[in-house]
Design a protein around this ligand. Sequence first.
Ligand SMILES: *Cc1c(COP(=O)(O)O)cnc(C)c1O
Length: 370
Amino acid sequence: MEPTSRPIYVTQPYLPPLEEFIPYLQQIWKNKWLTNAGPFHNELEAALAQHLEVPHLSLFANGTIGLVVALQALRISGEVITTPFTFVATTHSLLWNGIKPVFVDIDAETFNLDADRIESAITPLTTAIMPVHCYGHPCDVDRIQRIADRYGLKVIYDAAHAFDVRYHGKSLARHGDLTVLSFHATKSFNTFEGGAIVSPDEKTKQRIDYLKNFGIADEVTVVGPGINGKMNEVQAAFGLLQLRYLEDGKQKRRAVDRRYRTELAGLPGIRCLPEPADTDVNYSYFPILVGPEHASSRDALYERLREHGIFARRYFFPLVSEMPMYRGLPSAAAENLPVASRVAQQVLCLPIHADLSVPDQERVIQLIKG
Ligand SMILES: *Cc1c(COP(=O)(O)O)cnc(C)c1O
């Protein structure tokens, strides 16, 4: 197989054969039920709860509305401790709730919120911690829970990267008070756009289900100021079909991961993020750090790849804390975030997806080797 001259993106959805989706569409046309907890919606909720081994799950139109509603559901206010090394949606969900983000630095090995630094950021206004399982690598969930218990804080995990990740043999989505997933097209399981909140009990799920449907409890009762966060039937049907290809896609990404690890090993100035211990990861991202010993800088490498049609991404650069709506916060100062600031300058996420051919991956590797 020759390398293609088509652009190579950092991620690409693993699409099931189109003809397999047609019967789902025919069923939707027959049902004439397009949204509002339709049959495919309910089937996907049950299938995902089972697949992820979680007690309750609510589907959403996207992950960001899920984050906004999760904060509403737990009535979070005041200050929330979070990471600057994430996608903007994490912290935007706080601003949409009138909450002040308090940035805490990341751990140099996992790039997740550094649990050692959480306590010193807690004030009388702190009500919750919102960590991110960055690249699908688990946060220090036990330590974070102990801190939350000691100070009476809620924990809401942004698990947008962590679909289907298992930690210590159990679903990672079971941790915290709530866990929010994203099913955006760029994620390892997608419904074009979509997301979900994992709840620990029926009562919490009920409240979340009200909130995602305008607060409507029945025809004549509105119990709260809800929003429209519903997933429609086409999205849900696509999710059901995609579940069948999940394992296949993961194994193919795993092969890509292995090839990068083997081929980049020992290359001066290039460091791959180690696979987390006792974790069944989803191989959705392949971040490397480009250190000063490398022949070119991170940005020079990023540009060289682009010139060859390879769109690696600097996730996460710039840090959220450097963006105009956050940089005025005291916790956003670079001196408060030395590890995140360094990692943001060195990180590069390489293309990883199920359809990435060996010759195409070889092109990426050869360009990194220079
Ligand atoms: C993708 C992503 C989101 C947002 O999810 P959407 O479904 O696109 O709204 C939130 N947080 C992180 C860390 C993400 O990567």
